[in-house]
Design a protein around this ligand. Sequence first.
Ligand code: HMG
Ligand code: MG
Length: 295
Amino acid sequence: MKIQIVEVGPRDGLQNEKEMVSTSAKIQLIDKLAAAGLKRVEATSFVNPRWIPQLADAEDVLKGIERQNKVTHSALVPNLRGMERARESGLTEVALFMSASETHNLKNINKSIEDTFPVLRQVAREALALGMRVRGYVSTVFGCPYEGNVPIDNSRRVTNELLEMGVFEVSLGDTIGVATPKQVREVMEKIVKDTTSDRLAGHFHDTRGTGLANVLAALDTGIRTFDSSIGGLGGCPYAPGAAGNISTEDLVYMLNGMEYETGVDLNLLLDAGAFIQQELGRELPSKVLKAHLAA
Ligand code: HMG
Ligand code: MG
């Protein structure tokens, strides 16, 4: 059975690094990830560079990477200004993002949930008119750093609004890595009922070590698309304490062992992980990368 992996390391990972990574290293990383067989790579963000200085070089990164038909590169877009930048960069896919909890939405994109819908609807309309694919993210589905528990109905509502805007897939985010498999099963089962499992993805941060277990629970509910990040890089600067996404190396290792098809060459992926670890000059959380480098 096929599993789609959306590599978010160059965006979700690098947006949170204290050290600035050079544009050239970002370009090399993105090309190595594609060479390893990842078909979907989220390369950067077209957000306000004052909010996320780490990704202020979005245009230059997209200019430098190798564009090939087999790989879809995408970027986060929060508003029409971001959409304009994405269009000028020649992207074929953009990702909208918002939260299921009011306070995180406000801290992350400076708007209430109600005020975000019309902005994203306009962005989606424009992207679709240009022939782009539009992905959607819902953050804080499994818990909010400011509000704690988030009612499932809040996540359902935001998911359904995004689907109505025309997004092809909604990625459900455990932004601060608090979910456990039982909760993942409950939440995913409810949200799947509103749509179909092929229009949903799991986006798990591994703050408390439950990330891969949460993937297994989501697989049980029919989800076949997962976001992960090379080396386990990542976090959200507007979610205090959020750690990295599940590592792509760990995810691929587990799925290969379970005879799922990922299309990813683990050895080439490990080269990409070793490369970005070397660039950052610190040990990354990926367990499979650690084991590989120790062997
Ligand atoms: P704002 O300050 O309210 O925006 O930010 P504004 O419309 O008032 O504009 C203020 C200034 O920003 C203006 O410039 C705009 O031109 C500029 P000035 O006139 O002052 O010189 N501006 C922009 N510049 C470039 N590109 C843009 C852009 N937009 C405005 N797109 C905004 C609102 C949404 C832009 C801001 O809050 C922002 O950039 N937020 C992004 C935060 C972010 O990237 N967070 C991390 C990603 S989400 C995440 O990690 C979660 C996820 O992984 C899933 C999960 O884990 O749950 C996806
Ligand atoms: Mg994230």
